[in-house]
Design a protein. Structure first.
Length: 116
């Protein structure tokens, strides 16, 4: 179905390593590359962070501008609009997980064991 394709593309983008960490870090203020390396925990490699930043720029979720401090990364309007959606979704998933933790299949994809 066409409506699911957009959802799957968004989930895939957010599922990339460092995406959520970068977006939520930039929510506070624009940051330099080194600031992001110091802020994000666990710390990504410089190569991984660079790839993630490039991917987010390609999707127009973050931008880059020059300042007296050097290159700064900041959220675009699309990125700023995405943050509350992601945070709300994360809260709902957390609530769901807490409620159904024992009855849901483990995240690893294995089936729950049957108890006699």
């Amino acid at each position: 179905m066409q409506e699911f394709e957009t959802f799957y593309a968004a989930v895939k983008l957010c599922g990339h390593r460092w995406t959520l960490e970068i977006l939520t870090s930039l929510q506070q203020q624009p940051m330099r590359f080194t600031d992001l390396l110091q802020t994000i925990r666990p710390t990504p490699s410089a190569k991984s962070l660079n790839e993630a930043l490039r991917r987010l720029q390609d999707r127009d979720l973050i931008g880059r501008s020059s300042s007296d401090e050097g290159l700064l990364y900041q959220l675009t309007p699309a990125g700023r609009q995405l943050i509350p959606l992601l945070l709300g979704f994360m809260q709902e998933i957390q609530r769901w997980s807490e409620r159904y933790r024992d009855s849901a299949a483990p995240v690893t994809g294995t089936r729950p064991t049957r108890r006699p």
